[in-house]
Design a protein. Structure first.
Length: 184
């Protein structure tokens, strides 16, 4: 009897984490695209908006602000534009943390390497260190959907992004991700 209690106490949590990793992996593999609303905190600044991600590596975010800020990636370049800046900002996607977040295959491969999946009341999470970038990524405990991430931006600011009202695998016009549409 003591042996059974010992086994349950010490090995049951490993089974929970092993099964949660598998369920998260399955959800990622089944996801071709997602659309969501977000709240993003960078230091004391909070931004809100709506994004669409199409794997691999495409994203369009429209911010709810007076400057009509847009962030878009075609898989190679990342553009940020708004009425606040005179010229748009262009980055190589590979130089940003979004390069990792928008790469579903990379996330799945890193999840398989993770030994510890952290857990709280609402989420499972795991951390990835890649090219000196730390990425913490969060998944819902009930449906295993991605719920957000914490990264450091190219200016070394901590960026916390929380997702809500998530829709998966919708019909998406890929022309949404044409950078030329947003650099006028």
């Amino acid at each position: 009897m003591k042996l059974i209690v010992f086994i349950l106490i010490f090995f049951y949590p490993l089974n929970i984490h092993a099964s949660s990793k598998k369920l998260i992996k399955n959800k990622l593999e089944e996801t071709n695209n997602i659309s969501f609303q977000f709240i993003q905190k960078i230091g004391k600044k909070t931004e809100k908006g709506k994004c669409t991600i199409s794997y691999p590596k495409k994203i369009l975010c429209k911010y709810d602000d007076i400057y009509s800020k847009i962030l878009v990636s075609n898989g190679k370049s990342l553009i940020i534009n708004s009425k606040k800046i005179t010229n748009y900002l262009r980055y190589q996607l590979k130089d940003t943390p979004l390069n990792l977040i928008l790469d579903r295959r990379f996330l799945i491969e890193e999840l398989e390497k993770v030994e510890i999946v952290k857990e709280n009341d609402e989420t499972f999470s795991f951390s990835i260190i890649h090219n000196n970038n730390l990425l913490n990524i969060f998944f819902d405990k009930e449906n295993y959907e991605i719920r957000g991430w914490i990264t450091t931006d190219i200016y070394l600011n901590r960026v916390e992004t929380k997702l809500f009202n998530i829709e998966r695998n919708m019909m998406i016009d890929q022309s949404l991700f044409r950078i030329q549409n947003y650099i006028n």
